[in-house]
Design a protein around this ligand. Structure first.
Ligand code: SAM
Length: 326
């Protein structure tokens, strides 16, 4: 057996440490509206907390998407065809990829791409141990920056798998640009992507403000991470998690709200907060299915199929690279 948990090599892409991102972080914290990119939420602790969020009763996206994948696995496998190379963007726990690996016809490889290094290594090793016939190649990379997309092994069909509505964390123009660059780099490939479509403000409010406070802990871990990795001195109990639905932009906005006037030092720079001032730590854009299909089409992806749950909260789209579909 060649893939053992202890020997699985990680391919280093462009993922940077927080110290490397110092300029970007300071630019965000000194902007008129303070903001930090959601990718910074994911260190090992952030990844673990995100998995806890996925198990919460209020957090409908994960169980809805999993049910769509499981319930339509045979159809999805037929569309994708045999011996695919599965490249997962923002792989996290790989739980959803396992549904594909269980149902696809002899998948050749699984290549999880993620920014959360330790967690990526651990999850990839577990997948490798569970699927000895599948070549597992974890890639540490930031997909919002130029990175080398894992190549097909033996020129089989590449399936880009992008679940979790992670695409929704990007602004609409940036999401379109990423889809465009993925299409350009995956000739003959396919894209299976999960997108949140829920616009019910009450359901969204509960999903992002859970009663056990796990989402709050996930959000506040960002400040703890800045303390750990950039020598910042945020007092965690002086900031509160807040998540509001912005109807106009069809997105959840996650915030860290200062509970008083205060100054914090981050990487040697003093950042002042007024009482009530906040850092935007994540956007989660929601897309009507046709709106998303139109964006994907303009980016070079031809509609193949889509699956939507009965409550119309989540959509799994299947696209083929346009050249291939023509
Ligand atoms: C919303 S979670 C989804 C996890 C999993 N795919 C799922 O569906 O449950 C986002 C995942 O993408 C990763 N991620 C976020 N931003 C990223 C980036 N810029 N580049 C690479 N991975 C990123 C995070 O570490 C996390 O594992």
């Amino acid at each position: 057996m060649q893939h053992r948990a202890s020997t699985l090599a990680i391919t280093a892409g462009t993922a940077a440490s927080l110290a490397d991102c110092r300029q970007d972080i300071l630019a965000g914290l000194t902007a008129p509206q303070k903001h930090l990119a959601p990718k910074y939420l994911y260190d090992r602790r952030g990844s673990e907390l995100f998995d806890e969020i996925c198990a919460l009763p209020e957090y409908y996206p994960t169980r809805t998407e999993l049910a769509l994948l499981r319930g339509n696995a045979a159809e999805i496998a037929t569309l994708i065809g045999p011996t695919a190379d599965v490249v997962e963007l923002g792989a996290g726990s790989s739980v959803k990829a396992r549904v594909l690996l269980d149902n696809l016809d002899r998948p050749a490889s699984y290549q999880p791409v993620d920014i959360s290094a330790a967690y990526l290594q651990q999850q990839a090793a577990e997948v490798a141990a569970a699927y000895p016939l599948v070549t597992v190649r974890p890639v540490l990379a930031d997909f919002t920056r130029p990175f080398v997309l894992p190549s097909a092994i033996a020129a089989r069909r590449t399936l880009l798998f992008f679940p979790g509505s992670t695409i929704g964390n990007l602004s609409r123009p940036r999401a379109a640009a990423l889809l465009d660059s993925l299409a350009a780099r995956t000739p003959g490939g396919a894209l299976l992507i999960g997108v949140d479509i829920c616009e019910d403000a009450a359901v969204l409010h509960d999903a992002y403000n859970d009663s056990r406070g796990v989402t709050a802990e996930f959000n506040l871990n960002l400040l703890a991470r800045l303390n750990r990795e950039l020598g910042a001195n945020f007092e965690l109990n002086e900031f509160e998690h807040e998540a509001v639905y912005d109807l106009r932009h069809k997105r959840i906005e996650m915030r860290l709200v200062s509970q008083r006037d205060q100054s914090v030092t981050v990487a040697g720079v003093t950042i002042r907060f007024r009482h009530g001032e906040y850092i935007v730590s994540e956007h989660s854009h929601k897309y009507d299915p046709q709106e998303f299909a139109d964006v994907a089409h303009a980016a070079g992806w031809a509609y193949g199929h889509r699956w939507i749950d009965d409550a119309a909260r989540f959509c799994v789209h299947y696209f083929r690279a346009l050249d291939d579909a023509a």
